[in-house]
Design a protein around this ligand. Structure first.
Ligand code: F3S
Length: 377
């Protein structure tokens, strides 16, 4: 049996409310049919990825401008980082031509109703509740929303997230259903986790082993910042969209793990991840993948005396107070908002970057070296 549609949804599909809206519904219906969804369900919010001119180029820009003439977003819609800091793009060497195309993309998104959060950590700006249905793209945010917050979202692609923003709906399958949120393997962490970067190394290694499977971690004690880094790496080397951590994540208490395959990961194996994700002598450093929390920036302001390398830290513009920003900048840190060095052309200026995140190291592979945060700062 195919996906059930209400009379109203059928009318929309027939184009009675405009071709733009009909196209978005068609995309979601096709997606739902492919994954056996029985119905469309409303979502509370959408998070869009793929908005950097560096990633989508002119075809993406033209597509968004065309769409913005036809439709408006129906739910709260936030945006991932774009290709530049909107206030500092000139001083960071972004070319006029790039900036003008990037600004056209943002204008199109704003016209449709998107909020210019320009961050991969939208949950710091408005936190979803347990059980809330979302349609988020950006794999690290998806992992955090499902695992740490107990909200429910599949890992949307840029087109399906856009379609959900326009319709306010998503097909009900995958992680929207409780039976698909159970663990499939147990990971027993025997390594001593000395740095937040070790959580990224662990996630990177586990993601390679798991593919799309949901892990249940034992032996971890980190807080939400560490879990953010763990999830971002799980989702970059693998396609993991949810994890449980014994005693820490909201759904872990209900998990039954008896009989599941167990994998042990020790310190030696984590060390090998640092060796694999290394390449050259760094000319600068990039931290904030995913974007920093206020707490992480406060920790930097407390323990850093002066940067040893040119150092960029990325986080959402609305997060830090002016006072905190000034404190960190006085120590030589260049704080960037609205962007990150993976989606900005800025990284191309450097032959090698020191990064503290396994996700950043894998995306910038060949031009980055993974180091512990404490070694960089
Ligand atoms: Fe965010 Fe850029 Fe990393 S979008 S997760 S900082 S690659």
């Amino acid at each position: 049996m195919g996906l059930y549609l209400t009379k109203e949804q059928e009318r929309i599909l027939d184009g009675k409310k405009g071709e733009g809206l009909a196209r978005c519904y068609r995309l979601l219906v096709r997606l739902g049919d492919a994954f056996g969804a029985k119905r469309l369900i409303p979502v509370k919010s959408v998070h869009l990825s793929g908005i950097s001119y560096k990633s989508i180029g002119d075809p993406g820009l033209e597509f968004l401008e065309d769409l913005s003439r036809e439709v408006r977003f129906r739910v709260r819609t936030t945006t991932n980082p774009c290709g530049m800091d909107l206030r500092k793009w000139r001083e960071t060497g972004i070319k006029e031509e790039f900036a003008s195309s990037q600004l056209r993309i943002l204008r199109a998104l704003r016209r449709m109703g998107a909020r210019m959060t320009l961050s991969c950590t939208p949950y710091y700006l408005c936190q979803p509740s347990v059980g809330e249905h979302l349609a988020w793209a950006e794999s690290s945010a998806v992992c955090y929303a499902n695992s740490v917050l107990g909200a429910r979202t599949n890992r949307e692609g840029a087109p399906s997230a856009l379609a959900s923003a326009v319709t306010g709906m998503t097909p009900e399958f995958g992680l929207h259903l409780p039976e698909n949120r159970l663990p499939q393997k147990v990971i027993e962490v025997e390594a001593e986790m000395k740095s937040i970067s070790d959580y990224g190394a662990l996630g990177y290694l586990a993601g390679e082993m798991l593919g799309e499977e949901i892990p249940y971690f034992r032996g971890l004690k980190g807080g939400s910042d560490e879990l953010k880094v763990l999830g971002s790496a799980l989702a970059s080397s693998g396609a993991v969209s949810m994890f449980h951590v014994e005693g820490l994540t909201p759904e872990s208490r209900r998990c039954k793990v008896q009989g599941l395959e167990k994998i042990q990961i020790d310190g030696r194996e984590l060390g090998k991840v640092y060796e694999r994700l290394s390449g050259g002598e760094p000319e600068a450093a990039f931290l904030g993948c995913p974007h920093f929390s206020t707490r992480e920036l406060q920790a930097v302001s407390r323990r850093l005396e002066k940067v040893r390398l040119e150092t960029f830290i990325c986080l959402a513009r609305r997060l830090p107070s002016r006072e905190l920003l000034r404190k960190v900048e006085r120590k030589g840190v260049k704080v960037l908002h609205d962007t990150c060095l993976v989606v900005s052309p800025l990284a191309e200026e450097y032959r090698c970057l020191a990064v503290d995140s396994a996700k950043a190291a894998s995306y910038l592979r060949g031009r980055a070296v993974l180091r512990r945060r404490e070694e960089i700062l």
